[in-house]
Design a protein around this ligand. Structure first.
Ligand SMILES: *Cc1c(COP(=O)(O)O)cnc(C)c1O
Length: 411
């Protein structure tokens, strides 16, 4: 049961927790709408980073001394917190990685070793490059076949086409939970169920969902779930691969080195148990500890409060933008999170992004690491505003006025 004593959801108070939000850019209040690329960090996390390096710093898992033992237990406590946070069965299922990209590469490399010629992997037309390229590399290495679920113009997966792609040859479905470019929330539970019917495993790219939704890997019944710390208010360079223990047990190690071994001789090396089998070398200790802190910070709130606020912002922004002439909203699924991507006829996204920047407004422009998706819409890129729970309606008003002014200057 969730504890009922959650912190009251007050955007004004939440903003006070994020020092980066209190700065002027070119003399204007920063309006940070690039949360899809990375999030700002609360003081709670910043303090933990500082405390780790200024006091607790020591290498983990091997030391007899006090600091090494403290760092080890803080690192492993973070793993426990994360396991609980996503409702994993045990800490054996929580592998620390460098981030989403690293987690996907780990699975492509290690789980990929178990595949053979002719096996098929299914992804979708809305994947981030990091959920495309590792599979292409694997397909080349193992002579497997990559299949792509097409999408509608509105930005929804075509489920009937997905069903047609599934067969006994399908070994893995690798799909984003939420599109970083379109904002579409994919019906992953249904997709996972269907994949399991043909005996395929499912990897969910949770880079855009962990910060917006309650994640319960047991309820989803996904086989792998990957995410990055830096998009959920934690430090860069750290992330998590969740994998079902039974599957991780069968997978060979990813990288060799210290910490991932039980015994090394020149004749034969035996590997450490989970999760350490997949964690070669000194890890990002401060990162792991502080990702735990970031999730602890988020867990003070009811996830529904966060979702409702963010959806209110996205709907508000999208409704206002839609009234502009020559405006094309890219991604109009009925099930969206707080991402609004758009292009204006006759205006290059980069030019508009540059003008917004001069007003202290941070948005992303370009292909958002989803070039095949840009090809599908026949556009070079979009302007993307992506919101977090610390953004406000007032910021959107300033943004809308700046977009309007920008368009009039560029047309
Ligand atoms: C950001 C992102 C990634 C890549 O995450 P990294 O932190 O760069 O490894 C992958 N997939 C999606 C959907 C993303 O938004």
């Amino acid at each position: 049961m969730e504890s009922t004593a959650k912190r009251k959801f007050s955007v004004r108070e939440i903003r006070e927790d994020f020092p980066a939000l209190r700065q002027l850019i070119y003399g204007k209040n920063l309006i940070y709408f690039d949360n899809g690329a990375t999030s700002q960090k609360p003081q709670f996390v910043l303090d933990a980073i500082n405390r780790y390096y200024s006091k607790d710093n020591a290498n983990i898992h091997r030391g007899v001394h006090y600091l090494s033992q403290k760092s080890t237990s803080d690192y492993e406590d973070a793993r426990k917190f994360i396991a609980n946070y996503i409702n994993a069965n045990s800490t054996n299922e929580i592998i620390f990685t460098k981030g989403t990209t690293d987690g996907i590469n780990l699975v492509a490399s290690s789980f990929g070793e178990l595949l053979k010629e002719g096996d098929e992997i299914i992804i979708s037309a809305m994947e981030h490059h990091s959920n495309i390229v590792p599979w292409q590399m694997l397909c080349e290495r193992k002579k497997c076949v990559l299949r792509v679920i097409p999408i509608t113009k509105k930005g929804d997966l075509i489920i009937e086409e997905y069903e047609k792609l599934l067969s006994s040859k399908t070994k893995l479905v690798a799909l984003t939970h939420i599109s970083n470019t379109l904002g579409t929330i994919n019906p992953i539970k249904e997709i996972i169920e269907k994949a399991h019917l043909v005996g395929a495993k499912v990897l969910i790219d949770g880079a855009q969902s962990i910060q917006h939704k309650k994640i319960d890997v047991k309820d989803l019944n996904c086989d792998f779930f990957v995410f990055s710390s830096h998009k959920v208010f934690g430090p860069t360079g750290i992330g998590v691969l969740y994998g079902k223990e039974k599957i991780l047990e069968k997978m060979p190690p990813y990288q060799g080195g210290g910490d991932m071994i039980k015994k090394v001789t020149f004749e034969k090396t035996t590997y450490n148990e989970l999760p350490f089998k997949f964690e070669a070398g000194t890890p990002h200790i401060a990162g792991g500890i502080c990702l735990g802190k970031a999730l602890e910070y988020v867990s003070q709130f009811n996830m529904e409060d966060i979702e409702n606020h963010e959806m209110m912002l996205a709907d508000y922004a999208q409704d206002l933008l839609s009234t502009f002439e020559d405006m094309n909203i890219i991604g109009e699924s009925k099930k969206k999170t707080s991402v609004v991507s758009f292009v204006v006829d006759g205006v290059h996204p980069f030019d508009l992004g540059t003008l917004l920047d001069k007003q202290g407004i941070a948005v992303r422009t370009g292909h958002h690491c989803t070039q095949p998706l840009m090809d599908f819409y026949k556009i070079p890129g979009t302007v993307r505003a992506s919101f977090a729970f610390y953004n406000t309606k007032e910021e959107i008003d300033v943004f809308i006025a700046a977009v309007e002014k920008g368009i009039s200057m560029l047309k």
